[in-house]
Design a protein around this ligand. Sequence first.
Ligand code: ZN
Length: 413
Amino acid sequence: MKVFGQIAAALLAPQATESVNVASTRWGDLNASASIFNDNQAMTSSGDSPRDNNVANKNIVAGVDLGGGSIKFALIEENSEKIIARHTIHHEGDVEPAAIVERIKNGIDVMISQVDGLSTHNLKAVGIGAPGKAADGIHVEGLANFPSWKGKIPISNMVSDKLGNVCPVNVCNDADAALAGESWIGAAKGSEDTVMFTLGTGVGFAAISGGHFIKGAAGTIEGGHYPLIPYGRQCACGQRGCMEVYCSGTAIVNRMKEDINNRKNKLPLYDDHVRKAARTELDIRDAEFLAREELENLDPEYLPLVDATTLTEDSTVADIFASEDRYAELLVVETVKYLAAGILTSMRMFDPKVVIVGGGVTKAGDKLLLPLREEIEFITWKHLPTEQEIKFAELGDDAGSVGAAAVAIGIGK
Ligand SMILES: [Zn+2]
């Protein structure tokens, strides 16, 4: 992406750079091997030692993924696009900003100590991804996992001071980070027009158009909270019918719990007729005119399926996607319909070349991806056919840290 390149070059201009002579590594391999390493252990691609004396002369960027339960770190050699160290700090979450800044410094120090000849002075940039608003690159606000943080916290400046002001420090929203990472070296590499949905406990959203993030006037674009269903389910954000209350991992599990609980208590199966409409092949608009009883009568076989399922109220999203139950299959079909409608909206509104779907829910793999592509193909217009790819994210657990580093070097600016 030319814009990214210019900014990255400007950032790096005063620094001597050298060509990087290391074996290229497929990200899939890195992700696959990551799970066998313990936290706090240096990670390199197969065959490459972290004790690389030349690495100190290369372009090193640190990425920090600030989560409520853990802070994940990655050190990336920019030119080769390789992770040369990783680190994770597990923590209790909502503590004061100064304590988090201290942990961020410690995490970066640990990674640097894993690479011979490297010091904080070799850092070209530090990027921090946070689950809240970070419109100006300096302050964070409204962090979901840190409710005790009030007002705007200048976390970039605090971290920069802690590190001795050795390099620029940037903070960004974690959904933006995920998209920047995929645009840099993941599933959207080469695309300047990409949107991304991150399906986890909520639904994160970010969009890059013409190589630049779409930020909005207040920096609060929240695609997961657009009203998928008018007057639909109540969302925690205060609106009704948000995409998040239909498509997040939490939403999928909640629907399962409702079904099981309603059958147990002999209550009507559905609390809203949109669910019924989505699970059948009905057009939602037609369903608006049907009473709940009529809708239930459309699919009487569904009730015994709920009774017979091996899923319980304690089952997880992973259990649902792993289940061979007919009931679980229908739950997935229902989810695919909501998700397809949400993604299709983004395709019409942003005209992306690539739509990335990331987050924990995508661990379902082809069981979700293939029917999702099929459904979008089915419901999309035939008016102006365009090539738009639907892909799952590729960076896995590195998405947050690598993405924050990507934003810090100018991806999407
Ligand atoms: Zn909402």
